[in-house]
Write a protein that binds this ligand. Structure first.
Ligand code: ATP
Ligand code: MG
Length: 409
């Protein structure tokens, strides 16, 4: 048995003026890649919708994947019937057996202008049928259940089971961004927010290995394995940070350590952004959340980068960020214990109003260029691809690591 799946693309894709064909093409390719390994075949396509045919047993996997596919507004398992009212009623009767709703609406869309009834007429007639069968009321706004019907030349499609996708734009249509990924809760959400706006994100993680065990590195990798599902290809740069930290510990007033760590992170991330062809950096800062995220400190940090630093979570509170991390599946990884470099020798009382003069004075005594060059040289790059090349089965849900080794190798 086979299942038909109708994928509706994000409405914003239709508003892209001259870029519309490119956006739609990217969205289509992204959806097709998301279904790789499920044996889904594209049956038909409209400007904002794609119809796939796939083996029935692949539907649960396809449903899980489409629910996380950027650019997908909604998707549904659909039934194909003859293009007439009686056939549609018979199909509806089959779905209604699971009943269980007090209000509903029918939405008909007529692509075949030769169909003898108008869309409102189809909605009224099918609505009356469902009301009779179930006793449920028609409600145009806020109905518990919605049945969508598409009338095509030669066939009709009835949505039997409807799900929401994440919306957003497909990866890469907005250019590249380098996101700073700590092991914490916030930065994976920040990276996702940019992915959702069509940025192609590359990740950079700074770790204190070999000064401390490599725990935060493993977390960063686990987070990348989770995030690759949204972008399908993802690079993670793992940058050793202990030499930078050693020099800051020697030269800087205690209270300024974190601000200085951060400035180096931005500097090194910016060098990676140049390599990647990225035009911006991103962090998971949220205004006032911790001492390092006061306005004065963010200001003192920003000066270290010339590229814009995006902070998509700046106006969100911890509860909102946590809820999103739970939805994305990053939360459980983020709360694992680790030793990350920002807490290493972090002072009890960090500055909350960093004086830029003090920062610059310390940096004049540090070999900035050499430290950036060393970090770049000693970095590892891990490339992830998802879905893996393996066919549907035990391992299909896992990220496929394509390469893992020193940068430039
Ligand atoms: P997060 O939950 O993302 O760790 P946080 O609330 O702990 O954020 P900070 O530790 O002050 O806040 O970090 C702020 C931002 O700086 C992070 O969101 C991240 O973008 C960046 N950052 C901090 N530490 C690292 C690191 N070790 N590697 C890469 N980026 C980092
Ligand atoms: Mg943190």
């Amino acid at each position: 048995m086979e299942t038909l799946v109708l994928v509706n693309l994000f409405h914003e894709l239709a508003l892209k003026g001259g870029n519309r064909p490119l956006f739609l093409k990217r969205a289509k390719a992204h959806v097709q890649r998301a279904l790789k390994g499920t044996e889904a075949r594209l049956e038909a396509l409209w400007p904002l919708a794609l119809l796939f045919r796939l083996p029935q047993e692949a539907w649960p996997e396809a449903r899980a994947r489409l629910g996380e596919t950027l650019g997908v507004e909604s998707f549904a398992r659909v039934l194909r019937t003859a293009p007439d009212l009686e056939a549609l009623k018979a199909a509806l009767a089959g779905i209604l057996e699971d009943g269980g709703f007090a209000s509903f609406r029918i939405r008909a869309q007529r692509s075949d202008k030769g169909f003898p009834l108008t869309s409102p007429e189809v909605e009224r007639l099918l609505g009356a049928f469902v009301r009779e069968r179930t006793g449920a009321q028609v409600r145009l706004k806020g109905a518990e259940r919605e049945f969508r019907v598409r009338l095509l030349p030669g066939a009709a499609l009835l949505e039997a089971e409807r799900h929401l996708g994440p919306g957003g734009l497909p990866p890469g249509v907005s250019g590249k961004v380098v996101a700073l990924l700590s092991g914490g809760i916030d930065s994976p959400v920040a990276a996702y927010r940019l992915m959702r706006r069509g940025a192609e994100v590359a990740l950079v993680h700074f770790h204190p290995f070999p000064l401390l065990p490599g725990g935060s590195r493993e977390k960063a990798k686990a987070l990348a394995e989770r995030l690759v599902r949204f972008q399908h290809r993802l690079r993670l740069h793992l940058v050793p940070f202990s030499e930078v930290q050693r020099q800051i510990l020697l030269e800087a007033p205690k209270a300024y350590r974190v601000v200085l760590y951060r400035r180096f992170m931005l500097r090194i991330a910016e060098a990676i952004a140049r390599e990647e062809g990225a035009l911006a950096l991103a962090t998971g800062d949220s205004l006032g959340q911790v001492a390092s995220q006061t306005l004065e400190n963010l200001h003192a940090m920003n000066g270290a980068a010339t590229l814009p630093v995006f902070r998509p979570l700046i106006g969100m509170d911890k509860q909102e960020i946590k809820a999103e991390a739970l939805r994305l599946g990053t939360y459980a990884i983020s709360i694992l214990p680790d030793e990350e470099c920002c807490t290493l020798f972090a002072p009890k009382h960090p500055v909350t109003r960093a004086d830029l003069e003090v920062v610059l004075e310390v940096e004049r005594r540090l070999p900035l260029k050499d430290l950036v060059a060393l970090a770049l040289r000693e970095r590892e790059v891990v490339a992830y691809a998802w879905p893996g090349r393996k066919p549907l089965g035990e391992k299909a849900g896992q990220a496929f690591i394509m390469e893992h080794g020193p940068a430039g190798g």
